[in-house]
Design a protein around this ligand. Structure first.
Ligand code: GLU
Length: 476
């Protein structure tokens, strides 16, 4: 069976890394130093729950400390294991380098099914795990800064931040120990939507270049494009919603753990999400056809496929049947190295995970900076900006009095121009800029080098080069 030859997640990341470094001219030994994971800490701890002690296993892996703090989410899932955490930590290193977030790579995970415990129990478990990591500086504003990932969100990040503050009562930068916090606990506007927003900005940048579209054999713009999304969690939901509501894309398929919904005319993303939250899955959703076998929809005829759930969902067995000409990896590692070879040979264009889902860590970076500067973005400038705009508007109005009616401003322009940017607008602007610049760096390599045939290799080349330079600057 083809699947038995399937590499593990970490092997997949290493294989893709190796393919890229073979095209580079790194000093001897540096390639190995960059590839390997520096350290993985495993902890087993007990929590008294429902009258008995339950033991949990957790990990925090540090892939590269060429920049500190190291950064990366904490995942709560029964599938968490060392191989997975190390693969995800490595991807964080490359991701941060690519989008110029000044961090090394790390990742954490706890083997737990959050659905099996109530909020109070989850708080006990999370705080205990955080305690173990904080004790060893594996959560620390200048050493290691976690964030949400699968199975975690604002709630868990608030508990972690509070746990750190309790254990470090005089640390003025305590809040910067973790990102993805709720706004009222030191978070930043736009962090929850950030990864999905980044996927949207990535696709917009792709559609700005005729050469890129030609490679995938697509034309036009995002308007009317038929999109299939796998996983309507935080990332998939926001990506699908923004693409549908702001770019005119049609979300024709949504795949979840209990099957898929399909409608050629486009699904109502908010209504589906609402249904999933209320019913635990897509089954029974009344306004679209339900396919019990979700994997068939993954192979449906569409323009853009967005895997936004787990790693390894596109593998050597199903890769030959994937019809989408363009895949954007909103999840980490959704395509195995074997499947990547098959898809590349078919001419499928893949916008790789380390770039496509970097919106999350980009806005985490903004949050960390906000915490360290102890001030909300825009607080100093907003009204001053508005006052200066008002000056121009007043002057234009004065002039227009002499020039007659045809020179008057549209009320809409006046309203829009006068409003100074708030934090959310600034965050989106910073994210958009980041996603464009990183894409352009990949694109230059993709089109500029004859030996680079895909965006993933281009992404690795750009990021490994940055990591290598920072190691060399350190004298390593
Ligand atoms: N868990 C997210 C990722 O895989 C976010 C990491 C972060 O914000 O530090 O990129």
């Amino acid at each position: 069976m083809a699947r038995s030859k399937e590499p593990s997640f970490r092997e997949s990341v290493d294989l893709m890394f190796n393919r890229a470094v073979a095209l580079m001219d790194l000093p001897p030994g540096l390639e190995e130093k960059i590839r390997v994971c520096n350290a993985t800490y495993t902890v087993r701890f007990g929590v008294r729950l429902r009258g008995q002690i339950q033991t949990f296993t957790g990990y925090r892996s540090v892939h590269s400390e060429h920049m500190e703090p190291v950064k990366g989410g904490i995942r709560f899932s029964l599938g968490v294991n060392q191989d997975e955490v190390e693969a995800l930590a490595a991807l964080m290193t490359y991701k941060c380098a690519l989008v110029e977030a000044p961090f090394g790579g790390s990742k954490g995970g706890l083997c737990v099914d959050p659905r099996e415990y109530d909020a109070h129990e989850m708080e006990q478990i999370t705080r205990r795990f955080a305690y173990e990591l904080i004790k060893r500086d594996l959560i620390h504003p200048s050493q290691n800064v976690p964030a949400p990932d699968m199975g975690t969100g604002e709630r868990e990040m608030a508990w972690i931040a509070d746990q750190y503050a309790r254990m470090n009562t005089t640390d003025i930068n305590a809040r910067a120990c973790v990102t993805g916090k709720p706004l009222n606990a030191g978070g930043i506007s736009g962090r929850v939507e950030a990864t999905g927003r980044g996927v949207q900005y990535a696709l917009r940048e792709f559609f700005r270049d005729a050469r890129d579209m030609q490679k995938a054999g697509v034309t036009g713009s995002l308007d009317g494009k038929r999109v299939v999304v796998q996983g309507l969690g935080n990332v998939g939901y926001h990506a699908a919603k923004f693409l549908a509501q702001e770019d005119g894309a049609k979300i024709i398929g949504i795949i979840e753990h209990d099957g898929a919904l399909f409608d050629e005319n486009g699904l109502d993303v908010d209504a589906v999400r609402h249904w999933i939250v209320g019913h635990g899955g897509v089954a029974g959703y009344p306004k679209a056809a339900h396919h019990a076998d979700g994997s068939a929809v993954l192979e449906a005829d569409c323009d853009i496929l967005i895997p936004a759930a787990l790693e390894g969902v596109i593998h050597m067995e199903n890769a030959p049947r994937i019809k989408a000409p363009l895949i954007i990896e909103a999840a980490n590692g959704p395509i195995t190295a074997g499947a990547d070879d098959i898809l590349r040979a078919k001419g499928t264009v893949i916008i790789p995970d380390m770039y496509a889902n970097a919106g999350g860590v980009t806005v985490s970076y903004f949050e960390w900076v906000k915490n360290l500067s102890h001030i909300r973005f825009g607080r100093m400038q907003r009204r001053q900006e508005e006052a200066r705009h008002q000056l121009i508007v007043d002057e234009l109005e004065r002039l227009s009095k002499h020039l007659g009616d045809q020179w008057s401003m549209t009320p809409d322009f006046k309203q829009k121009y006068l409003r100074g940017a708030d934090e959310l607008e600034l965050v989106r602007s910073g994210l958009d800029d980041t996603m464009r610049i990183a894409y352009q760096a990949m694109r230059d390599v993709w089109h500029g080098r004859d030996d680079v045939e895909d965006l993933r290799t281009a992404a690795y080349l750009v990021s490994i080069d940055k990591v290598a330079k920072s190691y060399q600057a350190k004298g390593l």
